[in-house]
Design a protein around this ligand. Sequence first.
Ligand code: GLN
Length: 497
Amino acid sequence: MQLTEMKAAELVAGIAARKFSAVEVAQAFLNRTEKLKHLNVYVHLEPEVVLDQAKAVDKRIAAGENPGPLAGLPVAIKDLLCVKGEPTTCGSRMLKNFRPPYDATVIEKLKSAGAVLYGKANMDEFAMGSSTENSCYGPTLNPWDTKRIPGGSSGGSAAAVAAMTAPVSLGSDTGGSIRQPAALCGVVGLKPTYGRVSRYGLIAFASSLDQIGPFTWDVPDMALIMEAISGGDSRDATCVPDPVPNYLAEIEKKPEKLRIGIVREFFGEGLDPEVEKSVRDAIALYEKLGAEIKEVSLPHSKYGIAAYYIVAPAECSSNLARYDGTLFGHRSADYSPANDDEKKLPALVRMMMASRAEGFGAEVKRRIMLGTYALSAGYADQYYNKALKVRRLIRNDFETAFKEVDVLIGPTTPTPAFALGEKSADPLAMYLSDIYTITTNLAGLPGLSMPCGLSSGGLPIGLQLVGPALSEAKLLQVARMFERETPWHTKRPNLTV
Ligand code: GLN
């Protein structure tokens, strides 16, 4: 077996046992990445920087030290997690020259676990999108079919693993940005409970929804990475201090009694019949394995997209206000007045206007305008405050459902990967691809997507599991039950290199 075909657990074990070196592993992924450049997975990747980290790990192992549970493991990083001294651009012209002076907490944790930071993965600008087409670097291509999108906004992170250019990666999920690309690229993606993983050093989109999580080939690798990145952090006040379970040990346990809820609202209009069939087959398998299956309802989920597209833009309009060319972000070189009206404005204001006009792409501008409107005096009660009430009702729906069942099951996305360009002119159609994932963020709950089938066109299909707050161990356990019985997590795209 080639090194690039190995799972994270195998790589870590092999490096520790000195069957192969961290440098050999890094070099194998670098060689493969070089041959798959056309996928446009990475926006910054410096082979020297990767190899230097791997060399340091090998040196420590040779000296008899234990560099940590992820020693020598390459991890691709979504381009919105701050890595000290390395470009961190959020897929935006606005941050093209940004090199953070500090590491995000997850990056610190990866480093202290001995991981090798492997390049910055492409993404929709400021994590706004579902296809990675909103990146200033151009779209990432889906490794299963290069005429299709990989999903988004963490499309680069999902494709990095699917194309075997990295064994694992990190992404972020505000409304579906880990689970949706995981589903469309045929890998496992987990959005942890809000607060399980520190957001310190994650460039904010919508702070009450954002959460960092991993992409892996299977559930044991997911458990491995989750153990390394989870836990309390005094630098993120919303981070939960509860102890991190031993996820690796938990996944091998079989739940004694398992009640699974089928979300009625997730099987309605717009669901592709092949996706539905794969998900129903998965449910039948769980039943065969002894789970009790019940239908449950999340009656307010139909307002999920509408509430999200008030709350998320509102928070984004505030978070992105700092990028105006004064202290943060791109500064326009030419802001001479274009007309008489602009002549009346102070130069500073013209500089800010020009910097924002040049620095942000169309979708980000749309969100800022939506959010500013929803928060403006006189409209906040009609929009923002109302959306917060809907958010509470959505959360209550989940609480009611979890009185009856342990986990919820359904499709991750309504369809398999769509074609490049298919939805880019229609923002509403694009927004609908998160219809099954968005409510989980509004309620702050953990959600996992795992491969559960292939369409007749050979495209991956994702199964979503959602649990109560801090039920990651249970979700992983339930996902692992499915994985043991099915081949889907072993399927790889046919890429010629
Ligand atoms: N697709 C959603 C959006 O565009 C969610 C993005 C995300 O989770 N970061 O906002």
